[in-house]
Design a protein around this ligand. Structure first.
Ligand SMILES: CC(C)(COP(=O)(O)OP(=O)(O)OC[C@H]1O[C@@H](n2cnc3c(N)ncnc32)[C@H](O)[C@@H]1OP(=O)(O)O)[C@@H](O)C(=O)NCCC(=O)NCCS
Length: 164
């Protein structure tokens, strides 16, 4: 498996993997706007944040984006659009992506992730990787669904989890 950060002009790779993720796991993601996007929107999306992909041969088998949120501390990132191809789950793909990210973003101390209630698989994987709850929960506007914010501290990650 290879892990790499996408370049800005890799928008077609991003489009393909993100649409696969939305088709495969619609309940895991809030935004579905991408399904109607054209090239301009995909190009803009590709350069907005750092997109990390894992590949097996020519196929992209995992993805996430690391987002710097303006009103949050500079040493914090939010992980979004986290997805691994079902045929490759529980084989360490997300762990490998996080390990790569930890090297790519040495200034980052904490990674955050929101998990929707009921997404027990993602929660189990995150906890196994060292994420802990922040205790912060929120109701999603216009729905009865809630989500919870988890955090992974670099120290915990390096000692127990994503460090080789
Ligand atoms: C969540 C997700 C990205 C995990 O990816 P993954 O590549 O399977 O995760 P990893 O293999 O790196 O797993 C890390 C650890 O969690 C464990 N784990 C993974 N999925 C698990 C599950 N469903 N139940 C229990 N443990 C699980 C793994 O066994 C591993 O632990 P180990 O190294 O001690 O064996 C994947 O299940 C997925 O894409 N789900 C659908 C989309 C989604 O829900 N995204 C998250 C939105 S918040």
């Amino acid at each position: 498996m290879d892990v790499e950060v996408l370049a800005g002009d890799d928008w077609k790779i991003l489009q393909d993997v993100r649409l696969r993720a939305l088709r495969d796991s619609p309940d895991a993601f809030l935004s579905k706007a991408e399904t109607s996007w054209g090239e301009a929107e995909w190009r803009a999306f590709a350069v907005e944040d750092a997109w990390i992909v894992a590949r097996s041969g020519d196929q992209v088998i995992g993805v996430l984006r690391s987002v710097r949120v303006d009103d949050r501390p500079a040493e914090e990132r939010h992980l979004e659009s986290v997805w691994v191809d079902p045929l490759h789950r529980k084989k360490g793909v997300l762990r490998a992506i996080l390990r790569y990210l930890a090297e790519l973003e040495p200034e980052v101390r904490t990674w955050m992730a929101w998990v929707l209630d009921g997404n027990d698989e993602a929660r189990a994987a995150y906890e196994r990787l060292g994420f802990e709850t922040t205790g912060m929960r929120q109701l999603l506007a216009g729905t009865p669904r809630r989500e919870e914010r988890l955090r992974l501290d670099r120290k915990a990650a390096i000692s127990d989890s994503i460090d080789p």
